[in-house]
Design a protein around this ligand. Structure first.
Ligand code: ARG
Length: 571
């Protein structure tokens, strides 16, 4: 149930009936200020001059028609034309009861779209570091949300498995001749140092790049070993992070190689690309360089090599033509904005993007330390993602041991893993993705505030109610009813779930789900502290409250699932 959408439709119908504007957006806002008003209609001002009379009179006219419906308990109109709405509790109950019995929390069906999501996308022969956290988990939330809403989701892990770095990596491999188990020891970092200091090494690098591009068998074999060993290592991180990416989602840069020669000749034919100084170059329409002249981007170098931009261009064409994407969403950090815009610009000039396809860069900010510098180790080295996750787990373990003596050793490991990983993810996801944020272990693992622990704690409280109470109370015969304002607020919060999901669908902003879950958990705590549940005197009250608690747990669990966070039964 999306209440706002429902009310909007009702009001639009009233407007049409009264000969007012069609498709009028009444701007319905949830009211957080006053205790007994649920929503406020702010858009009457847009109807000004469509009818004689003041804004107040217009609003009054609409509100009179609204009063005929039985969903409102109270409607009031302010002097300047705002309409305040309080919904009938019985109407809220009707919908929350529907949600209780529905398998998918009564989320309405949507038109199915094909959505390509480009996320994680680390480079081969480099360890995943803290910089990969955001792309990986933000993209994964969007994939989960879109799947839950019934879309056809195509995840694409655009790994960096091609290009000039492989000349260095293959040369380093030939130098070190590692066994299969040691192939992870071949790092881009070491290869680069040799390349810089050893001219012979550097000359081999050049030869190997050409060989690899010509698909030389020996080079391809080494390339494959390097790619597979990095993938194997990254899989451990995905598993630990509870990220849904698998092998079948990998489509790295190398995949698009077969398309590139044709694209280059097509761009030349269409007079979009030109030869310049033995390179192939595209002039961009919307970009100018520092001198104010049209900006050129190289898509093929003098030595015949293709670039990151060229690959992304082919990749975009593939996503449109072969994957038939309706939406393509890139989770890449904000520093690559210009790169993406350039790729899109070329693709649009070349007519590779069908009208229906929407391109979106869901960019994100950086993770900083308390001095607002990029978060690094004490020695100034980039933090490895696996180290960060392990530290979070061990910190969570300490907290749990300190707080608890009922949990067995076996359970402690499982619970600390879930809480450690959940906390790190939640902390990140709860921040507006477009902004930088400051990493802080104490805030992240706090039981107070908008944290994973706070939400999980509410969840475990409900589990303990369910363990103590008789489950027969949850049967269909019993209904959720509202007896106090605490229950009303909790019910109202539960009914905001769909609206929240739709915001995530539209904008890819998981922090809104975190804010939502925080509100829900808070409303539950107030209800729990002020209303007797298991000790309620009358049976129908007890049943209603148990059902309300159980539904709250269902929504929390689903919300956390969509954030890629596992729940715990106790902590
Ligand atoms: N491998 C790139 C990097 O580590 C990210 C790739 C993002 N996706 C894309 N289609 N360019 O910076």
């Amino acid at each position: 149930m999306n209440i706002q959408k429902y009310l909007k439709k009702k009001i639009q119908q009233i407007c049409i009936k009264n000969g007012l504007k069609k498709n009028f957006d009444p701007l319905i806002k949830k009211n957080i200020k006053s205790n007994d008003i649920d929503y406020q209609i702010n858009g009457i001002i847009k109807l000004k001059n469509t009818m004689p009379g003041s804004l107040y009179e217009l609003a009054k006219k609409i509100s009179c028609d609204m009063e005929k419906s039985n969903i409102y308990k109270k409607i009031s109109v302010s002097k300047n034309g705002f309409i305040n709405i309080t919904l009938r509790s019985s109407w809220l109950c009707k919908h929350v009861n529907k949600m209780f019995i529905s398998k998918n929390l009564n989320i309405s069906k949507k038109k199915k779209k094909t959505i390509v999501i480009d996320y994680s996308s680390p480079n081969i022969a480099k360890n995943m570091h803290i910089g990969h956290l955001r792309s990986t988990i933000l993209g994964d939330v969007t994939a989960r949300v879109m799947e839950f809403l019934g879309h056809n989701v195509i995840k694409q892990n655009h790994i960096g498995d091609w290009g000039t770095p492989f000349g260095m990596l293959i040369t380093q491999f030939q130098l070190k001749k590692p066994s299969i188990n040691q192939s992870n020891d071949i790092t881009y970092h070491d290869a680069y140092l040799n390349y810089k200091k050893d001219p012979f090494f550097a000359s081999q690098v050049k030869k190997n790049i050409v060989k690899l591009q010509k698909k030389n068998k020996k080079c391809l074999k080494i390339w494959n070993i390097l790619v597979q060993s990095t993938i194997k290592k990254n899989k451990l991180i995905y598993k630990k992070l509870n990220v849904s990416l698998t092998d079948k989602d990998i489509r790295g840069e190398s995949y698009y190689h077969f398309m590139i020669p044709e694209i280059i000749s097509d761009l030349k034919k269409k007079k979009i690309a030109i030869k310049y100084n033995k390179c192939t170059l595209v002039y961009l329409k919307k970009f100018t360089n520092r001198l104010g002249k049209k900006m050129g981007v190289i898509i093929k170098k003098k030595d015949g090599a293709f670039l990151y931009t060229t690959t992304d261009l082919a990749c975009l064409k593939y996503r449109c033509e072969t994957l038939h994407a309706d939406r393509i969403i890139y989770y890449i950090d904000s520093r690559q904005k210009q790169h993406l815009l350039q790729v899109w610009d070329i693709a649009k000039q070349a007519n590779y993007i069908p009208k229906k396809t929407i391109l979106e860069h869901h960019s994100f900010g950086m993770i900083l330390d308390k001095n607002k510098k990029p978060f690094k180790t004490r020695n100034g080295i980039t933090i490895q993602l696996m180290d960060l996750l392990n530290e979070s787990i061990s910190r969570a373990k300490k907290i749990i041991i300190k707080k608890n003596n009922i949990i067995s050793n076996k359970d402690i490991n499982k619970i600390s893993e879930r809480i450690g990983i959940g906390s790190i993810k939640y902390f990140d996801l709860s921040k507006n993705r477009t902004l930088n944020y400051i990493f802080n272990w104490d805030q992240m693992l706090s039981l107070e505030g908008n944290t994973a622990l706070y939400i999980l704690y509410a969840y475990t409280r409900i589990q303990s109610i369910m363990n103590k109470g008789k489950l027969k109370y949850l049967c269909n015969k019993n209904k959720i009813k509202i007896f106090t304002n605490y229950e009303r607020k909790l019910t109202f919060s539960i009914l905001q779930f769909e609206k929240t999901l739709l915001m995530l669908e539209k904008y890819g902003t998981p922090h809104l789900m975190c804010n939502y879950l925080y509100d829900l958990a808070e409303k539950f705590s107030k209800f729990y502290e002020n209303c007797s549940i298991l000790s309620a005197k009358e049976k129908h009250i007890k049943a209603s409250r148990m059902k309300l608690s159980s539904l709250t747990a269902k929504v929390i669990k689903k919300g956390l699932y969509l954030l890629g966070i596992k729940t715990v039964k106790k902590m």
